[in-house]
Design a protein around this ligand. Structure first.
Ligand code: SF4
Length: 367
C-alpha cells in the first residue's frame, strides 16, 4: 500500500505556516520529504501540466471557496441528500477508473489548510438543517490515505462527536484507522470501505490496501464502537465477476457483524466523457474503457441496463443471504433501474434519505 512516504515535496503557503495542519505535517512527514514555503499557490503555475499526474507533490493552500456541497448526483439519477466536504482534491492512490484524473486541473495533490473554515461551514450547514445530515469527505480524495500526515480526519471525528444532528462518513481504500480507535467519536462517525475483489484491487486500484487489510481495519473500527459501511462502487463487469463479488460478501460475513453495518451501496462502473482518453493514455492496455457502454440521461457512460440490473439483482440477493435486515441501496442509477429492481423508485432524495435515518435510529436503539 502506498504510504505518505511517497510524497517527496510539500509546498505550503506562508499564511498557513502556523496552522494546525502544517504543524501536523511537519511533525509526521518522512525525513526525506522536503517542505517548501511559497507566497501563494499561483507561484506554482509553471508546474501546471494537465498531461501528467504527480503523486509525489502535495500543495497545502488557503481556499476561499465553499467546502461543502450536495453530493454531485447527476441528472435523471436517484440521489439521497448527502453532503460532501472538499478538503482538497487529489489522492495518493491511483485507481484506473478515478474521475479525478480528468476533473483536476493541476497535476499535484491538493489540501486546503484553513481547516477551521471547514469546521465553521459544517456547523453553519448543520445548524440550518432540520433533518439529520450525512456528510462525507471521500468524494475528492480518500478520507484516510493522508491521515498519518495530516491528522485531519481525527479532528473531524472529534468535531462531529459533539454534533447531535449529523453523521460524518469517512470513506477509504486504506487500512489507516489506528489513530481513530481511541478517540471519543460518540457514534457520530461511520467509517466506510470501498470494496472490490482482490483481482481488481491488484489490477486497477494501484497503491490501495488489499481486501484483507481493509476488512481487518473494519474489524478494528467495529471493535472501537464505530458504525461501518461498505461501497461496492464501482462494480466492474468481467467474466467471473459474480463469483468474485459474492466471495467478497462471504468474506465480509465471516468477519463483520451485520448489526454494525449502517449501509451497503451498489454502483456499477460509469464515467464522464473525457475520462476515457485519459484512462487509455495512462493505462494503455485498459479494459474498463473498452467495455460496451451507453450514454445515460446525465451524459455519463454506463453498462447496458440489463447488465446493471443483473449485477444489482445478484448482489442484493447475496446481501440478503448475509443478513435480511441489511440496508443496501443503489448509487447514482436511473429511476427505471430502481423500478425494475424494487418495484418502485424513491420519489425524492428526501424519501431515500429517510431510509438512512431509519437504519441509524435502529442501530442506535440496539446499542
Ligand atoms: S481511492 Fe478514490 S480518490 Fe483515490 S484514486 Fe482511488 S477512486 Fe480516486
Amino acid at each position: 500500500m502506498y504510504g505518505t512516504d511517497k510524497i517527496k515535496t510539500i509546498y505550503f503557503e506562508s499564511g498557513l505556516k502556523n496552522s494546525g495542519i502544517i504543524d501536523s505535517i511537519r511533525a509526521n512527514k518522512n525525513s526525506s520529504s522536503e517542505m517548501i514555503e511559497i507566497a501563494h499557490v499561483s507561484d506554482l503555475e509553471l508546474l501546471e501540466n494537465k498531461d501528467f499526474i504527480n503523486k509525489e507533490v502535495l500543495v497545502v493552500s488557503h481556499y476561499n471557496g465553499k467546502f461543502l456541497s450536495s453530493c454531485p448526483g447527476s441528472d435523471g439519477m436517484v440521489c439521497c441528500r448527502y453532503f460532501v466536504i472538499n478538503t482538497g482534491p487529489g489522492c495518493i492512490y491511483d485507481c484506473h477508473y478515478c474521475f479525478l484524473q480528468s476533473f483536476m486541473n493541476t497535476p499535484w495533490m491538493h489540501l486546503y489548510g484553513n481547516f477551521e473554515d471547514i469546521l465553521r461551514e459544517v456547523d453553519e450547514k448543520i445548524s440550518h438543517t432540520k433533518f439529520h445530515t450525512r456528510i462525507g469527505t471521500g468524494e475528492y480524495s480518500d478520507s484516510l490515505a493522508l491521515e498519518p500526515l495530516t491528522g485531519m480526519s481525527l479532528r473531524l471525528v472529534e468535531h462531529f462527536s459533539r454534533k447531535k444532528n449529523a453523521t460524518l462518513e469517512l470513506k477509504t481504500k486504506s487500512n489507516q484507522v489506528d489513530s481513530l480507535l481511541h478517540v471519543s467519536h460518540n457514534g457520530n462517525t461511520v467509517i466506510s470501505w470501498s470494496l472490490n475483489p482482490q483481482k481488481l484491487i491488484d489490477e486497477i486500484e494501484e497503491g490501495t490496501a488489499s481486501l484483507s487489510e481493509r476488512i481487518e481495519a473494519a474489524k478494528k473500527a467495529v471493535e472501537a464502537g464505530y458504525r461501518v459501511s461498505f461501497h461496492f462502487d464501482p462494480m466492474i463487469h468481467y467474466p467471473g465477476w459474480e463469483s468474485d463479488y459474492h466471495g467478497v460478501i462471504d468474506f465480509l460475513a465471516e468477519n463483520i457483524n451485520p448489526a454494525r453495518i449502517s449501509w451497503i451501496s451498489l454502483g456499477t462502473f460509469r464515467y464522464s466523457p473525457g475520462l476515457k482518453e485519459v484512462i487509455q493514455k495512462r493505462f494503455f492496455d485498459d479494459n474498463l474503457s473498452r467495455a460496451e457502454m451507453l450514454n445515460g440521461p446525465d451524459g455519463k457512460l454506463r453498462y447496458l441496463k440489463r447488465v446493471r440490473i443483473e449485477m444489482y439483482r445478484s448482489m442484493k440477493k447475496k446481501i440478503r443471504e448475509y443478513h435480511p435486515d441489511l440496508f443496501s441501496y443503489i448509487c447514482m442509477d436511473t429511476k427505471n433501474v430502481w423500478e425494475d429492481l424494487e418495484g418502485h423508485a424513491p420519489g425524492s432524495a428526501k424519501n431515500l434519505d429517510e431510509k438512512f435515518e431509519k437504519r441509524r435510529i435502529q442501530m442506535m436503539d440496539a446499542e
